[in-house]
Ligand binder design. Structure first.
Ligand code: 13P
Length: 251
């Protein structure tokens, strides 16, 4: 049985006071969420420790949105894997399309970040997804395959237990335009096949693959009903407790 996951990527939103309000509202309604749904939130670096403290009595996990590939050193403004672990963080999002496009993170750089994270037993949510141009040219599967081959598929089979994949078509992020459930299912099935071909079908069957891109309460049920969709990586809608929990209740 694959783990069902609903993760909120808060991006550069929520100062400390706003986060405390949001976490308070989420915690108040936690009983409504089925125990078999694994909830996660990804606050900004400055809010990781208070989030960890606030959530330690709950089963909500905390993820960082990024980390540096080196262990330490003269990298002004960066945060290392040990720093994350030191404040209780065990999960990190790598390769989000905003990191790839705005901060020029390449597949090669992401491969290094993956290695650093896994070497320290950090769980990874590895994001992939094509831009609109590639989708229009019917190259979306090719693009995602290259992102996986260059950024992730060098890892050992045994490390896959620490990996979740998030398919986030760039054209559906923050645009209100969602991939159709069929488009999501097509890509998720392709990703699973790529993992089966590269590793084996047992690993492919076990890995959770999340969909991200304008998921909201109104569309989550249909997307999550698809056989290879194991949950969502939620941006905008995760900033409202009611919407986030409604999405978590959409399996
Ligand atoms: P939206 O849900 O706001 O489209 O963002 C998706 C996303 O980028 C999550 O990582």
């Amino acid at each position: 049985m694959r783990t069902k996951i609903v993760a909120g990527n808060w991006k550069m939103n929520c100062d400390l006071a706003e986060m405390e309000d949001l976490l308070g509202e989420i915690k108040n309604q936690l009983d409504s969420v089925s125990n078999d749904v694994h909830l996660m939130v990804a606050p900004s670096f400055t809010n990781l420790y208070p989030a960890f403290q606030s959530l330690r009595e709950t089963n909500i996990h905390v993820a960082a949105q990024n980390m540096h590939q080196e262990q330490n050193g003269a990298f002004t403004g960066e945060v290392s894997v040990e720093m994350l672990k030191g404040v209780g963080v065990k999960n990190v999002i790598l390769g989000h399309s905003e990191r790839r496009s705005i901060f020029h993170e390449t597949n090669a750089l992401l491969a290094e970040k993956v290695n650093t994270a896994l070497a320290k037993k950090m769980n990874i949510i590895f994001c992939v997804g094509e831009e609109l141009k590639s989708r229009k040219e019917a190259k979306h599967i090719e693009v995602v395959k290259e992102q996986l081959e260059k950024g992730l598929f060098h890892i050992k089979a045994e490390n896959f237990k620490n990996v979740v994949i998030a398919y986030e078509p760039v054209w559906a992020i923050g645009t209100g335009e969602t991939a159709t459930p069929e488009q999501a299912q097509e890509m998720h099935a392709e990703i699973r096949k790529m993992i089966a071909d590269q590793y084996n079908s047992a690993i492919a069957d076990e890995v959770s693959i999340l969909y991200g891109g304008s998921v909201k309460p109104a569309n989550a049920k249909e997307i999550f009903s698809k056989k290879d969709v194991d949950g969502g990586l939620i941006g905008g809608a995760s900033l409202k407790a009611d919407d986030f929990l409604a999405i978590a209740n959409s399996f």
